[in-house]
Write a protein of this length. Sequence first.
Length: 353
Amino acid sequence: MRQALLYGLLTLALAQATPTRKGPTPVVKRGDDPTQSSAPPEPSHYPGGDTPECPNEPLYFNFDVSKPGELKRVQRLHQVYCNEFPVLTVAGRTATTNSDRTIYERFFPESDEDDDYKDRVNDIWNMLFDFTAEKPSALVSSFIFDNNDWKKECGETSGANLSPGSESLPLGAYTDVDPADGREKTHFCLVVYEYIDLASITCDTLDSYPSTQMDTTGRIMLHEFTHYSTVGPKSHLDSQIVDQKNEDEIWAYGASRSHGLIDPKQDDQPEKAIINADNYSWISTNQFFKQACPKGTNGNYDDPPNYVPGHDGDPSNTGKGDNPGDNGCGTSTATGCNGTPDDDDTYGYFTGE
Ligand SMILES: [Zn+2]
């Protein structure tokens, strides 16, 4: 990483993220006293207590900050929201509106006589970020980080192996409506908290194409935010941003498979690309590193390798699996390796894909 440039970008993000004066609200503990007839817990403003919340920060729910581990989680999400989400979202919009179309066309279709694709993609950035005020949009303050794995999809209570190199990769995060309270929320599985900070990535570790060497909690946060029903359906896109599948019916996660959706030599499915969450998170990530660590032709990086049909790995996964060029899944069909959520309503994200 070119430290000076990166810190410049992060300083910009921090400057944009001017703290408000609203103090942290203590999170309500769950089920401390079943005999107490107090109101059920409610999502709160940032409860970490170390720094003020950032503009339009999502709410926090079911974090018991009296427990050091859970306090660490809220502080980590807070840092990612304040420092990584803004710069990645701004980068996504930059790639969309740039005169150099290389990165945009790697992940999205240009407008044509039938569809104003570019305007629809651009509107998603406008839903998530207020480019006039230079801060995340007010809409983002309605999102909720829920510490409770209410869908029990992370594998953390079932004894699943959480090692990213294992054959059964854990789910990374999901955004869905919790039927228990009717709220639309995002849950991050524990493994996602362990990702490297965007600011700590060094340029010399990066491949010459977008790959998991660039992966961050911030990218996954952006991926999850695009899923909210208040984003896609309420925008000019006029459709929910989901997790799509490539032609081989495997989830289009990762840079290779996201690019594969739009690539005329692979799936050639522009309608799928514009509603696939990872296309938004990868155009942003690619553009961010073009600015921070330019590589490849004109600093844009090269196209990621083609995905291998029928193989649940992604060739752009070079950092998180046992083997370079493989996501560590091998030929396993274990749940989590083939990236199959248990129903169509969960917009989950598998860390390894
Ligand atoms: Zn997703």
